[in-house]
Design a protein around this ligand. Structure first.
Ligand code: FAD
Length: 344
């Protein structure tokens, strides 16, 4: 039997950021990846402290942004790369009322650090009512982040490229096949529905599509444009536009109505020709109260769940990986707001 401290099941933001906590604390572990494109890999990579519909912020936004920056610097120390793209969100205003609301909200203590008071005009895209800049917003270079982390995990023998087989887990003895583990942390996103130990947690799928498009006229490269959805350049010359939200059409194929919605949304702000080159979709694990679900199994004290990252996989995944680590290793209680106990 090989002795390890942790098993991690799942390779999205939850699994990767938890793996980082183990790396920085010198814990031994293996991470199971079934090799499917995760919702995390399909995500836009937006890091955003503001709810852009209502111009509000959310619980611990500043702390989460600061912690993410610190964590990405730590990750850079072993992958050698920076994944934070300093390309702030510019929210296109629909009308003057939105401009007024933005300015009013920018006086608010919670929002003054995020809502820039000076409006900008962008070239090429339609922004008759200008744009508001979200200070401290940025983007993660999603593909590089995952390619490099998989590479690092593989080189250090932390990665097992297999679907984790729940029937082979003996929680009482802390064994899985030839592994003897102290703790197992389940980070499967919507895959958790197949996990017999945590299948009852209150996450619901919200399907998101994005398109990658070829634009006939280049748009400003140093900003992330947002009206209905996000628009920004990727590293292969294509532009990302997305993502949609859908709680109803949950089949595992591309939904043409989502593609139409995206094409229409992009046409509204981009007055030139474009071609759709790629369509991708994923399932966000969402929770009614919009907070993650973190907890320990009621009977098996060595099994944990880390899920419900919702639409903010990066900030939630990064910040709460540390809370979970401290809960397991240092007995520091989880915040009630994210504890799985709140549903009991
Ligand atoms: C279109 C779209 C755009 C988005 N944009 C953003 C954004 O800009 N910013 C942001 O912060 N968030 C964004 N999100 C949300 C974010 O992607 C999710 O919150 C996040 O992906 C959830 O991460 P996760 O690790 O919990 O799950 P996932 O990313 O789904 O990862 C879980 C992984 O576990 C694997 N797995 C499951 N079961 C097993 C098993 N038995 N054995 C082995 N592996 C297993 C799955 O294959 C999967 O790869 C977006 C989501 C979508 C769909």
């Amino acid at each position: 039997m090989k002795q390890i401290d942790y098993i991690i099941v799942g390779d999205g933001y939850a699994g990767m950021f938890f793996a980082h906590q183990l790396i920085r604390n010198n814990k031994s572990f293996v991470l199971f990846s079934e090799g499917r494109k995760s919702a995390s890999q399909v995500s836009a990579g937006i890091i955003n402290p503001v709810v852009l519909k209502k111009f509000t912020t959310f619980w611990k936004a500043q702390e989460q942004i600061d912690f993410l920056k610190k964590t990405l610097t730590e990750i850079k120390s072993y992958t050698g790369k920076n994944y934070l793209i300093d390309s702030p969100i510019h929210r296109i205003f629909h009308d003057e009322n939105e401009q007024k609301l933005w300015l009013k909200k920018s006086e608010n203590d919670e929002l003054s650090g995020f809502l820039d008071k000076k409006f900008d005009h962008l070239e090429v895209v339609k922004n008759n009512f200008l744009t508001g800049k979200v200070n401290q917003s940025a983007r993660l270079q999603v593909s590089g982040f995952f390619v490099d982390l998989f590479d690092f995990l593989e080189k250090n023998a932390f990665l097992i490229k297999e679907k984790f087989d729940y029937t082979k887990l003996d929680a009482s003895s802390g064994t899985y096949k030839d592994l003897q583990f102290k703790n197992a942390v389940f980070c499967e996103g919507m895959g958790v529905t197949e996990n017999p130990f945590f299948s009852d947690i209150a996450v619901n799928p919200n399907k998101g599509h994005h398109i990658k498009v070829k634009l006939s006229h280049a748009i400003p490269e140093d900003v992330t444009i947002k009206k209905k959805h996000f628009l920004f350049p990727t590293d292969n010359g294509l532009y990302f536009y997305g993502g949609t939200y859908d709680r109803e059409q949950l089949h595992h194929h591309v939904d043409e109505s989502a593609v139409t919605q995206l094409v229409n949304g992009l046409s509204e702000i981009y007055p030139h020709d474009f071609e759709v080159e790629e369509v991708n979709f994923g399932f966000r694990p969402t929770v009614k109260d919009r907070r993650p679900i973190i907890g320990r199994h009621a009977s098996f004290k060595n099994l944990y769940v880390f899920n419900g990252l919702g639409a903010r996989g990066i900030l939630n995944g990064c910040y709460f990986s540390k809370s979970l680590y401290q809960f397991i290793e240092e007995d520091i209680p989880l915040h009630e707001e994210v504890s799985a106990e709140r549903f009991k």
